[in-house]
Write a protein that binds this ligand. Sequence first.
Ligand code: SAM
Length: 335
Amino acid sequence: MPELRKTALNSVVRLLYRRVMDEPAHFADRPRNAGSGPGHAMNAPKIALLDAGRWSDYALLDTGNGKKLEKFGPYRFVRPEPQALWTPRLDERQWAQADGVFVSGDDEDAGKWRLRDGVEERWIMEYRGLRFWAHCTPFRHLGFFPEQAVQWDWIEDKIAGARSPVRVINLFGYTGVASLIAARAGADVTHLDSSKKALTYTRENQEAAGLEGKTIRFICDDAMKFMARAARRDQKYDAIIVDPPKFGRGAKGEVWKLFDDLPELLKLCREALSDKPLFVVLTTYAIRASSLAVRYALEHAMSDLGGHVEGGEMVTREADTQRLLSLAHFSRWSR
Ligand SMILES: C[S@@+](CC[C@H](N)C(=O)[O-])C[C@H]1O[C@@H](n2cnc3c(N)ncnc32)[C@H](O)[C@@H]1O
């Protein structure tokens, strides 16, 4: 082969190699994830595992026998974890030293905490400089979801990297850590939840974070109703965070059922996006569906926009064993 042609060919090969290795997952995952043996799905999307690995106040210390032992700030708690189908690494004495144990009731999620004397009613947690309250809820969690930190980082990066002001709405916003992250990054935030108590927690968290000067609009409403109204009024947002429960109730008792209502809500989210849309993040917990369903639902709703959709599972990494515990599904669209 003439020398010139060989050099040109080498450059093309080098360029292609660089694209595959350097491009974000949306380019790299397609060819690499294609099945290579019998039964492997061809051209399947990559199922990403996102690890919230930047915590110092939270750690998954051990798992096993259907339970998990975790550190939340100064305390250690034992909570049920049906996925822990193995034997714990630490011995029983270490588990017995926990400051609190959640005992499940008849309901799927509800139950009771058995707490040692001295465990405060609430205490401050910190994630990358953001301070907020934790407390033991009757629904087995601690007022926030540590695995969401991986989404907080992503949201913060996207907003900080935007070239113009960003309007964000956080639907089913709960105690509001994602709203605070977005506000801290400079976004104009609307925080929506149907529970007044959740809005109070968010206000308290805003104060704990020292972000009182940031714009957060608090809305107590049904997520679907509010977004339908937003569509009618042509109210637009550049970014949308959606963290719906499997089942919930709006501010006036409206019924939310994820499997019935999610497609319509995502359609309304698409309509509410501005003409410079930045992202949509969808996370789901405890549903009987693959992360592929969550991904395709969002991909379908955003299909006319182009951009990039990724999906998969949010995990926490167990100290020492490095086992990954899968806690939620996610899908996110971005430009
Ligand atoms: C705890 S978060 C969801 C967290 C996580 N995805 C889960 O399922 O455990 C659920 C929040 O959604 C709110 N919520 C439930 N139904 C709602 C509705 N129809 N409209 C707005 N908020 C709702 C609840 O008040 C709660 O604060």
